[in-house]
Write a protein of this length. Structure first.
Length: 330
């Protein structure tokens, strides 16, 4: 039997957060790379869909790749690469634009949110922001992907990818594997510590309430201890009514391998819950930060990994994309 193919990506749009780690990267490193034939991509083309500084995107692309390796991705068992190094993504994206509709694109929640933010700033919305989910679909479909391990915020885009794959296959003959989303059991959506109604995002402008993977232990402690909760006293797990508290329980559960509901029974004060959560996060980040320091001392190693990764990825994507070109009439 062929091995399951896993693909997932991460944008170099800011410093990586605890949300990226608990929602996605940790599973890639601990589970996916060992049980599947997997590819992990720094999706640098996606970083151009909003206002960006070229030098910063280049720097963040390397930094993101370095952090993926620091988190435990092993280039001996999985493929780590930059999206822009493999032309097949954009080649396929155009074909998928010819099966996607503009209505479908405008319904995407992330598009609506990011477009509104751009307009609020008085900026204009790039066409690539609208077509972003199509490029993401191409990222996934080019590799015959079976599973896409992502956080909850990306589930809608994977649904769209499935729709496009099915539609293409129906119109032009079987070409693409139809992928499915896999979500983490806990912490599929880590919320901002200062505003637990919003997700913890790396492209957050102020950085308030966001724990970054490279934050020093004391900075992590301060941020977690200052997390916004509510005026209640009893520790209960209720995502709708007590989002701040639920977020802390989710983070603690994800870091310690526990269950948020049972953890709620263990604590009788918000203070002790925050303290333990802060320490659990510090412990989860410690080995990652140590490995990151080692990798930073050897940037040519990371460059080599990305070069080899792109070569492997290209060889996998090309036959599928060539088949799609033939199928659609080119
Ligand atoms: P961001 O939204 O931080 O820019 P990306 O879009 O690059 O992140 O997503 C990289 C991965 O991290 C995706 O699988 C996404 O679902 C996951 N992710 C991002 N933020 C969170 C969060 N707050 N909680 C859980 N998973 C998240």
């Amino acid at each position: 039997m062929e091995m399951t193919r896993v693909f997932s990506g991460i944008q170099p749009t800011g410093h990586l957060t605890l949300g990226n780690y608990l929602g996605a990267m940790r599973r890639w490193a601990e589970v996916d790379q060992h049980r599947a034939d997997s590819l992990f991509c720094v999706v640098d083309l996606h970083a151009l869909t909003v206002d960006h500084d070229p030098a910063r995107v280049r720097r963040l692309s390397r930094q993101t790749a370095t952090l993926l390796l620091a988190a435990g991705l092993d280039p001996e068992v999985c493929t780590v690469f930059l999206q822009s190094h493999v032309d097949e993504h954009t080649r396929l994206s155009y074909l998928l634009e010819c099966v996607a509709t503009d209505g479908e694109m405008r319904r995407m929640i992330q598009y609506k949110e990011k477009a509104a933010k751009e307009r609020e700033r008085g900026g204009s919305v790039r066409l690539s922001l609208l077509t972003y989910p199509v490029l993401m679909a191409a990222d996934i479909l080019a590799y015959g992907t079976d599973e896409v391990p992502v956080g909850e915020d990306q589930a809608q885009h994977v649904e769209l990818t499935r729709d496009l794959a099915v539609r293409f296959n129906q119109r032009y003959g079987h070409t693409f594997t139809v992928p499915r989303t896999t979500l983490p059991p806990v912490a599929a959506r880590v919320m901002n510590l200062q505003d637990p109604t919003r997700k913890m995002g790396k492209s957050d402008d102020s950085g308030a309430g966001v724990v970054y993977l490279l934050d020093e232990p004391d900075v992590v402690r301060k941020k977690v201890l200052r997390a916004v909760t509510d005026s209640g006293r009893e520790v209960v797990y209720d995502r709708a009514e007590r989002p701040g508290l639920a977020n802390l329980l989710d983070i603690l559960a994800a870091c310690t391998g526990g269950n948020p509901e049972s953890l709620a029974d263990v604590y009788d004060s918000y203070g002790s819950l925050k303290k333990d959560t802060a320490e659990a996060v510090v412990e989860v980040l410690r080995p990652l930060q140590a490995r990151h320091r080692e990798l930073c001392a050897d940037p040519s190693y990371v460059e080599g990994v990305l070069r080899d990764g792109a070569e492997k990825a290209r060889a996998l994507a090309r036959p599928t994309v060539d088949t799609a070109y033939r199928a659609i009439g080119l």
